[in-house]
Design a protein around this ligand. Sequence first.
Ligand code: WTA
Length: 680
Amino acid sequence: QPLVTTLPVGPNVTCGTPFDQETTVSDQSTAETLANLLKEDRRFEPPAELAADANVKANAYDAAQADREGFWAQQAERLTWATKWDQVLDWSNKPFAKWFLGGTINAAYNCVDRHVEAGRGDKVAIHWVGEPEGDTRDITYAQLKDEVSQAANALTALGVGKGDRVAIYMPMIPEAIVAMLACARIGAPHTVVFGGFSADALASRIDDCEAKVVVTSDGGYRRGAPSALKPAVDEARTKTDKIEKVLVVRRTGQDVAWDDEVDVWWHDAVGGASTEHTPEAFDAEHPLYVMYTSGTTGKPKGILHTTGGYLTGASYTHNAVFDLKPDTDVYWCTADIGWVTGHSYIVYGPLANGVTQVLYEGTPDSPEPGRWWKIIQDYGVTLFYTAPTAIRSFMKQGHEVPDKFDMSSLRILGSVGEPINPEAYIWYRHVIGGDRTPIVDTWWQTETGAVMISPLPGVTAGKPGSAMTAIPGIEADVVDDEGNSVPNGSGGYLVITSPWPSMLRTIWGDDDRYADTYWSRFKAQGYYFAGDGAKKDEDGDIWVLGRVDDVMNVSGHRLSTTEIESALVSHPKVAESAVVGASDPDTGQAVVAYVILRNEAGDGGPDIVKELSDHVRKEIGPIAKPRQIMIVPELPKTRSGKIMRRLLRDVAEGRDVGDTQTLADASIMDLISAGQATST
Ligand code: WTA
């Protein structure tokens, strides 16, 4: 989920030939496959010092289990409440939960004011790093309080009141965070739309939640050049009539079209406003934000999060999973604030916890491939949180790039957004973490609001590729079709078996879709259906396999796209791969693999397809052997870096590739389709 744009790839454009399937599947091969799936046996114990001084120790699991509501009440005490709650949880109207009933709280006060009141006003909240080199800004908590107060006053003056929605469409600049907190401060739910989305996508989200004000900027810096944002807002205004005012930050100074009736400069409205603002306390269940997730079908779902429970979850998990030491740690999450990871782990969790963090505007490789590692070196980053897709991109460039930088300050590395394949995990730990740092592979979703399944860095002996177990306070399981817990060593559906404070409350404007999407699959048991497949290993640790729709069924056997990808990526010639299950008249589904070769592998040689197929067979077993392997120059990814398997499935099944509007680069599909044409 963190935004990482695909890094440039080399010129190795060749196309493979389809590989004929010659073996039939036998029971023996199934057994072999399962054995191989569970063969990853490397373990990384927590460093002794970290374990001794950990914020959360092993006993927390039992304590939380013995009294779950009591445990969460204790976590809610991390926050400053205006009125304390009188009931922790009301779950009588399932699946509509209420947490901390009767409590009142202001999220912005918790993220900013209280740190200033506690004498930490001079502490740096944000080390902002603009993409142009030397364009930096350090913002203390006291300064942040002033700016958030000014923005709250400015939004009020623009007519935004409690309960009104505000859309935020911005680059990674401090004003984006200020705008979010200003909304929270006045009780106006924000909906942040990722800056890479088109005008259409922006307009449909604004329309759906009826946002009356949009906060944007003239543009931002990407890949060494200013890119524009305001024109998309102008265009969105032609597609929805909901927008009354547009508040515009001047970031790049580029020319913008201007409508005096609607457009307002941030530096006038916010810059001219008072720094005095008294935050109002809102009900714990007051809506904090709506975050749209790109559903695979239909219109995007507006996931609604409320205030008290969400902030409790974000603050607790950020402290527990990153073993946060707020006085000494320097934290950096590379996500974009346009995604839930940016909400929970740049804005609400870290700021509620009073941390010093880095915020970076630009692309990972601009102006040089080692930009990220230089930022870690320059600011002494200790906690670093990014996505496997980024790690794999850096692997492609080779370790020589990060090796040039001193990253000895790092003490914990985080991963989020997709399963991390063991090769990427080991590279991350070794090349970036100097073999010292635990890796927290954090499983969660927009809907869950906060991390659900993850190692605890001072407790868990990490296994490369496993998110391990539900954190204290969370109860997750892997179940079969009927909702029965599967035994260790088997796979099924990932579920969360009891409610948690940061859970989504509904889908904006669509309670039925909420109940249906998440709670109808295992209605009898009352479980939350996450939509992911997972398996439990012999120790009961959880390995998330990816979305259920990415799990293939070949001859009645369930196979994970992720595991085959991981096998392919472990071949020395392979940089990246994507696997889909294509419908097949003989086997139900068949495995089709798309592979990007490493630069140094050239075109891979004449036998590359057979070589890779044999490799998968060796790594996982004959059952996983792809029907077809295609060598491609690039993979189709969304702007958030997720591989669009749907499109690859279309190609594999010989269909036209339909709608490509969410692709970061739509021309990629032409290249891949052309490759398909020549390879079959
Ligand atoms: C996937 C991102 C495996 C999963 C925070 C989930 C993961 C979806 C992991 C949610 C992980 C996220 N291991 N898979 N550590 N983290 N996922 O809503 O399929 O953008 O359902 O939230 O990403 O994506 P979302």
